[in-house]
Design a protein around this ligand. Structure first.
Ligand code: SF4
Length: 333
């Protein structure tokens, strides 16, 4: 479920403008967006709401045989894959801005209510914004009061607790400390959560990753996903100039070649894997190794290719947990 085209969080690594948004080029041009990729973060076009169409797609999803669904999808509607479900809406006309905010809120809540009441599907919400707190009342209605399980999982992308790095890579997203506070509030409200340590940055060393993972472990997420940043070459200069403006030095050299990036990626994944063991959350960890880490070129460079292949296949076939029948005890905020 994607409520908008565009995303005001403006993450520098975002793959959406180079993939999904290209198809929206002609539509965006009508609203004055001539370079959807370059202008990423500057526009947000809310999608129209058509309840009949939404119900039809819900029925289609409901009746899709399990064999045709990705096992790791948990039969869940994902909010959102090409934008963030919670973001601040800007408009020069304050009246129009309020109308757009109301529309945004209505579409989000109405679609969730319909999924809850007119289907047996689950919901996975992933955001970078604590604005989600305003819908915790609705999230709670997905919790089965008898079993304590839930049809909804609420998640935050939280790659680091370092505000300076977040300002470089996710310049307009809310601060990491606010995201962590929203996760704690969700758990205090009895809503099961997951966390995406994604994507972590080359500047996130073991001590930074340990600090983030320790804070995350305290909210007892159902699953902790992790992937290292995999950036498009054309975005590197933008990241570098943003970092220069803020006086931050970056490890941009890991992006110099495909090989250097692959070495960095494996090292970051393994560091998080060993930290998860150290912090007692290994069973909740779900790594997302990139497909390129299994290519013949990379395997040729591995000291133990067979061991690496098995390691990849374990992560690629892992199915994330879903607390359908497992109670989620509220934690103190
Ligand atoms: S929040 Fe997600 S969709 Fe929005 S810019 Fe960042 S990565 Fe892209």
């Amino acid at each position: 479920m994607n409520i908008a085209v565009g995303c005001s969080h403006a993450c520098r690594f975002c793959y959406v403008p180079s993939a999904a948004t290209i198809k929206q080029g002609p539509r965006l041009a009508r609203f004055g967006v001539s370079e959807p990729d370059l202008e990423w973060g500057e526009y947000l076009l809310l999608r129209r709401w058509d309840e009949m169409k939404f119900l039809a797609s819900l029925r289609a999803a409901e009746t899709t045989p399990a064999g045709k669904l990705k096992p790791d999808g948990n039969r869940a509607v994902f909010f959102c894959s090409t934008t963030d479900p919670y973001q601040v809406i800007h408009h020069p006309d304050s009246l129009r801005r309020r109308e757009l905010e109301d529309h945004h809120r209505f579409v989000l809540r109405r679609s969730l209510e319909l999924i809850r009441d007119r289907s047996t599907l689950n919901v996975r919400i992933l955001t970078r914004s604590p604005l989600a707190r305003r819908d915790f009342d609705l999230f709670r209605t997905f919790v089965n009061q008898r079993s304590g399980g839930s049809r909804l999982l609420f998640g935050m992308s939280l790659p680091t607790l370092r505000n300076d790095l977040a300002r470089v890579y996710e310049p307009r997203a809310p601060a990491p400390s606010h995201r962590l506070a929203a996760l704690r509030a969700a758990r205090a409200a009895g809503i099961p959560v997951f966390v995406a340590l994604a994507p972590t940055y080359p500047e996130c060393d073991a001590s930074d990753l340990r600090a983030t993972l320790s804070a995350v472990a305290e909210v007892q997420p159902v699953t902790i996903f992790h992937e290292p940043i995999n950036i498009r070459a054309e975005n590197i200069s933008r990241i570098r100039s943003q970092a220069d403006n803020l006086g931050i030095s970056l490890n941009i050299e890991v992006f110099a070649t495909r090989e250097s990036w692959q070495d960095y990626a494996v090292s970051a994944l393994k560091t998080v894997e060993s930290l998860a063991t150290e912090l007692g959350v290994a069973s909740r960890l779900h790594l997302w190794p990139d497909k390129s880490l299994g290519t013949s070129g990379f395997l040729r460079r591995c000291r133990n290719a067979e061991e690496h292949r098995q390691w990849l296949s374990r992560w690629w076939s892992r199915i994330s947990e879903w607390p359908a029948n497992q109670a989620t005890e509220p934690l103190n905020e």
